[in-house]
Write a protein that binds this ligand. Structure first.
Ligand SMILES: [Zn+2]
Ligand SMILES: [Zn+2]
Ligand SMILES: [Zn+2]
Length: 364
């Protein structure tokens, strides 16, 4: 029983109606939310890929729905784009509907709340085979510029509370298309993880009068045990508390809360860091390294969120080779994550990896 909800016109939204639209449900055991997108079941089912999708080897694929000039599943045709290309996802998990005023749930054990949002796709380049580690400085600058622009335009919507920019790379991560792209989901509520991080930033600031990640960056720069690489603007580390074997966190050295606060120089330096981290990843097992990467930026439209410190997470599943991956199952799924390789060892391995792309090494 989802309870009845009142919409902005004063009408009631029944539980059957709610079940047709994007909403989130509260788990009273973990006190976390799960996002439910029932309208997405209308999406064409592509079926599970039997073999691992090989990384793209051609700059254009006539069957790719992200390549310039091609038709997408929803029927629209991509323009003949030359740099980055942004479009609204044809099968979005969230819909930009007005947010409904909700009554208290019938019973807090079955609490569901409508959720509004916008889901966009950003193609990094018209080239089907051009991944982040192989992009030029100018091409990376264009990607960061596009993210910033999207961030600013989505943030101008008064109901948006959070903007998640993320890239799923590789078939292992469920990416169905090797064409380099990322997604941007703007939502009307603050999702689980950013919400917990925000509470931590606020609590640390309150008790120490300092920023949690400014202090952490300082500690990593002093200890020098977990640094993967750095430039003037950013620091890449395998965090002390990393869960995934080669997890990396990229932190801004200056206290900024979002891309929108970057100087032009910082935008360029951030693009450079993305390249340097992903080159190391691909070089580590001489293969296209799968990962989920996401930018964690301050919430939107919630007043002063300046305690937030900009950072990006790279969460890759590979463990020992291009085919041996870590699984989050059993104890980890039910109790607490566990790891074998020390984060310090993982950082050393990544730090000791060449910054020349492995396929280009023989040409030098
Ligand atoms: Zn393509
Ligand atoms: Zn800070
Ligand atoms: Zn984070």
């Amino acid at each position: 029983m989802l309870g009845e909800m009142e919409d902005e016109r004063g009408g009631m939204v029944g539980k059957e109606e709610l079940r047709k639209r994007p909403h989130r449900r509260f788990n009273p055991l973990t006190r976390e939310w799960v996002l439910v997108s029932p309208q997405r079941t209308e999406r064409p089912w592509l079926g599970k890929v039997e073999k691992a999708a090989a990384p793209a080897e051609q700059p254009y694929d006539p069957d790719c729905y992200l390549c310039p000039g091609n038709k997408r599943a929803g029927g629209a045709r991509n323009p003949d784009y030359k740099t980055t290309f942004v479009f609204d996802n044809d099968y979005p998990a969230l819909l930009p509907e007005p947010i409904l005023e909700t009554h208290a749930a019938e019973d807090p054990l079955v609490l569901a709340v409508p959720e509004a949002g916008i889901c966009r796709v950003v193609c990094f380049s018209p080239k089907h085979d051009l991944t982040l580690p192989r992009m030029t400085r100018e091409e990376l600058r264009e990607v960061v510029r596009t993210w910033t622009q999207e961030m600013e335009s989505l943030e101008s919507l008064p109901w948006v509370r959070y903007i998640q920019i993320f890239e799923n790379r590789g078939a292992l991560m469920g990416a169905s298309n090797p064409h380099p792209h990322c997604q941007i989901w703007a939502s009307s509520s603050l999702p689980n993880l950013p919400s917990r991080e925000f509470d931590s930033f606020e609590a640390y600031q309150k008790s120490k009068r300092r920023c949690l990640l400014c202090d952490y960056a300082r500690l990593e720069l002093e200890q020098k045990e977990r640094i993967v690489c750095e430039n003037q603007g950013f620091l890449a580390v395998v965090p002390f508390w990393a869960v995934w074997p080669f997890e990396v966190m990229v932190l801004s050295k200056r206290h900024v809360s979002s891309l929108a606060e970057f100087t032009p120089e910082e935008s360029e330096l951030f693009g450079e860091m993305l390249k340097r981290v992903t080159i190391r990843y691909d070089n580590l097992f001489e293969s296209s390294f799968p990962y989920s990467m996401g930018l964690h930026q301050r919430p939107s439209g919630m007043g002063d969120c300046s305690t937030w410190h900009f950072h990006a997470h790279f969460l890759p599943p590979l463990l020992r080779s291009a085919t041996v991956q870590k699984f989050m199952v059993g104890y980890e799924l039910l109790a607490t994550p566990q790891r074998d390789i020390l984060p310090e060892q993982a950082a050393q391995r990544l730090a000791g990896t060449s910054e020349t792309y492995y396929l280009d090494q023989n040409r030098i």
